[in-house]
Design a protein around this ligand. Structure first.
Ligand SMILES: *[C@@H]1O[C@H](CO)[C@@H](O)[C@H](O)[C@H]1NC(C)=O
Ligand SMILES: *[C@@H]1O[C@H](CO)[C@@H](O)[C@H](O)[C@H]1NC(C)=O
Length: 415
């Protein structure tokens, strides 16, 4: 049942949206990147609404399962984009193909996508739309050999506490690996990024299972690595404080003891298998993970300049990836400055690493504010990555470029 507060929040949504629309001619909508777009101001209001629900109340929204989003909503909206081999077909209990490449070999890449939503919200159509956009924007030689599997993991609002999802990912990953597949890309947004990182710790711990290969690549989209902020992060000079006016996440979101119990139970979240950012960082926890360090592997991280979680993502990248990037000391004004906003390695004597701060980006920009790339791909099937506005579609362009560069596909003449 939805709580009384939940009912007020839900009934309040149309009022919030109306208020956003009424104010728009005067205040120009959201602050920062999405100023001057009513549609994006409304999207931001909806995102804030979904996050503000208690974990229990979100169980009602979460009745719309990943399977329904893929097989009904997105399939109906994008009939031409979803005519893909095995689109919507279940692989196992907790995963569904968006595409399984025709005649794929076991060495062709499988992208395993872990959706965001705080471990209490389901996959949204926007996740699938952004993923499909990236897929169609890949160079054809890569695209035709690439498969994408979406993980439909259990949510905290249905009793699956944080820390259990990684075992569902492990079950799917092991099943694929035992079938001989060895070319994995782990991709996740927000808490999905957390899941991907925690999974690396699990693989590290379970090196006694030598048949499990390390993921070839990791793609972290606005990863939520430190689930609970320290109190001093809520003071000026920290992204938790300074970006509140731009972002969808509020500062006391995870400091609410009821939310903590609903997500963690009575477990201590300061644990490498739950919230790595809440454990004092040691480079040695990450230095022997090939995906992050060894030649032939690669890792991509994107975080938004105006994102509340920005400092935490950059901190993890400093310890785990050797990234020198610090939180920007001055506002970018929306312009990209490579020395301030990007750390990229050559990949010639170690893993290829690309850490990017999106100027004025907010949490989940690439998913919830760029997903309309799918509409573009639908109406202009010939569209190419270079045709996309690199500012408006910053995240989708950067992620697709990374995939285009790093996906390793088998050659025509292989079996
Ligand atoms: C897959 O293999 C079948 C049977 O060999 C063949 O008819 C089909 O054209 C192949 N598809 C692709 C995309 O290569
Ligand atoms: C994709 O990668 C190939 C080389 O692997 C490169 O020639 C091409 O320009 C890249 N395309 C994009 C859109 O980045």
């Amino acid at each position: 049942m939805v709580s009384v507060i939940g009912i007020f929040i839900i009934l309040g949504l149309p009022i919030r949206l109306l208020w956003t629309a009424i104010k728009y001619p005067f205040d120009g909508g959201a602050k920062g990147k999405y100023h001057n777009s009513l549609a994006k101001a409304l999207k931001l209001a909806i995102c804030k609404f979904a996050i503000s629900l208690s974990v229990e109340d979100s169980s009602v929204l979460a009745l719309v399962k990943t399977n329904f989003v893929i097989n009904t909503i997105v399939k109906t909206l994008y009939p031409s984009l979803t005519k893909l081999n095995n689109y919507g077909k279940r692989y196992d209990e907790q995963s569904i193909w968006l595409v399984e490449a025709d005649n794929r070999t076991k060495s062709d890449p499988i992208i395993i996508f872990c959706h965001g939503g705080g471990f209490f919200l389901e996959t949204q159509p926007q996740h699938i739309e952004s993923l499909l956009s990236m897929y169609y924007l890949l160079e054809e030689v890569k695209r035709e050999r690439t498969s994408i599997l979406v993980l439909e993991y259990g949510l905290a609002c249905h009793g699956h506490l944080i820390g259990t999802q990684v075992h569902e990912l492990a079950a799917t990953y092991s099943k694929l690996a035992l079938e001989g597949n060895d070319n994995f890309v782990l991709m996740g947004d927000s808490c999905g990024g957390n899941l991907a990182i925690v999974f690396l710790q699990l693989l590290k711990q379970e090196q006694k299972m030598p048949q499990l290969p390390w993921p070839k690549s990791l793609v972290l989209i606005c990863p939520w690595i430190k689930i609970v902020p320290d109190k001093d992060q809520l003071t000026p000079g920290h992204s938790y404080h300074d970006n509140l006016k731009y972002d969808m996440v509020s500062e006391n979101f995870m400091l609410d003891p009821k939310r903590q119990v609903a997500l963690f139970g009575n477990k201590d979240y300061a644990d490498l298998f739950i919230s790595p950012g809440n454990v004092p960082y040691k480079a040695s926890d990450w230095s022997d993970i090939p995906t992050l360090h060894n030649k032939g592997y690669s890792t991509f991280v994107i975080t938004g300049e105006h994102e509340v979680f920005r400092d935490d993502a950059l901190e993890w990248a400093r310890y785990a990836l050797g990234s020198p990037l610090q939180p920007p000391s001055q506002d970018s004004g929306g312009g990209f400055k490579p020395f301030v906003h990007e750390f990229e390695t050559s990949g010639s004597d170690g893993a290829y690493i690309d850490v990017v701060v999106e100027p004025w980006g907010i949490h989940e920009s690439a998913i919830f504010f760029e997903h309309n790339a799918a509409g573009l791909v639908k109406s202009h099937p010939q569209v190419q990555l270079k045709d996309l506005d690199p500012v408006e579609y910053f995240g989708i362009v950067r992620i697709t470029e990374f995939l285009n560069r790093t996906l390793v596909v088998s050659q025509e003449d292989e079996d």
